[in-house]
Write a protein that binds this ligand. Structure first.
Ligand SMILES: Nc1ccn([C@@H]2O[C@H](COP(=O)(O)OP(=O)(O)OP(=O)(O)O)[C@@H](O)[C@H]2O)c(=O)n1
Ligand SMILES: C[C@](O)(CO)[C@H](O)COP(=O)(O)O
Length: 227
């Protein structure tokens, strides 16, 4: 069964605070984007890759891919992450299963990708996640705690998220028609009433969002190199 991946890279990195998309920032001397693309481009079970980029980054991404001799499909993203994923899905031509991954999560491992591919063939919709370590509070608009959900049932969700292609396309179509926006793809599938299973991820699979994540990221890479 053919598996493709949509790597979403069309954000602007507002929370990082720089002039340019955070995905160009270096980690161990290479752009964050390079780490993420390489792990999928070199994975033997991934047959199709679509990279979703913003109009501002389009020319630079194309030049960088040519320089690296990496072949993949590049499409333009949209205003929200969900719009970017939808554009990416439309560009996959031959995949029965699809992984959706944030370019901003460069520490996903080949073993995690293999595990997600195996799991999605069984479950049709599955996500990587880790149990939360902190106590989580629901806080109201006035800054007062409203409730404290039981920690045992709370998981912090990561990517890749993996789906049967036809299911994810149906979920995106339904969300678009209803004008609903989710913060991950699993939400859209949940809205269809379809079960989404959870695969235990890793605390190293962080999303590079704010400057402190870059320091942590360098540390993760040093540890992996055994330094
Ligand atoms: N319209 C968008 C928004 C986000 N993304 C991608 O979705 C992933 C997760 O988003 P996030 O980390 O929030 O990235 P940004 O949107 O760039 O960051 P910020 O919210 O701080 O602006 C990133 O790889 C980002 O490039 C995207 O493809 N299209
Ligand atoms: C999909 C995601 O990475 C799961 O944690 C996350 O929801 C993306 O959210 P963001 O608002 O784009 O940071």
């Amino acid at each position: 069964m053919t598996t493709g991946v949509v790597i979403v890279a069309a954000g602007s990195g507002k929370r990082m605070g720089g002039q340019r998309n955070k995905l160009w920032l270096p980690l161990a001397g290479e752009p964050i984007l390079a780490h993420t693309v390489r792990v999928f481009a070199s994975h033997p079970e991934i047959q199709e890759i679509v990279l979703v980029v913003s109009e501002q980054d389009h020319a630079d991404v194309r030049a960088w891919l040519a320089e690296q001799n990496i072949q993949l499909t590049v499409v333009l993203g949209g205003a929200e992450r969900q719009d970017s994923v939808r554009n990416g899905l439309d560009a996959l031509t031959n995949s029965a299963y699809v992984l959706v991954h944030d370019a901003a999560r460069p520490f996903v491992t080949p073993a995690q990708i293999s595990q997600m591919i195996k799991q999605v063939q069984r479950d049709q919709a599955t996500i990587l996640a880790v149990p939360v370590k902190d106590t989580i509070k629901v806080v109201g608009e006035t800054g007062v705690v409203e409730s404290t959900p039981a920690r045992e049932s709370l998981w912090a969700v990561q990517t890749p998220q993996a789906f049967r292609m036809s299911l994810l396309k149906e979920a995106h179509r339904a969300a678009w028609q209803a004008g609903s926006m989710g913060t991950d793809d699993a939400m859209l599938v949940e809205w269809l009433g379809y079960p989404v299973t959870v695969v235990l991820g890793s605390y190293e699979n962080i999303k590079i969002t704010t400057p402190d994540d870059l320091l942590l990221g360098e540390e993760i890479l040093r540890k992996r190199k055994g330094e």
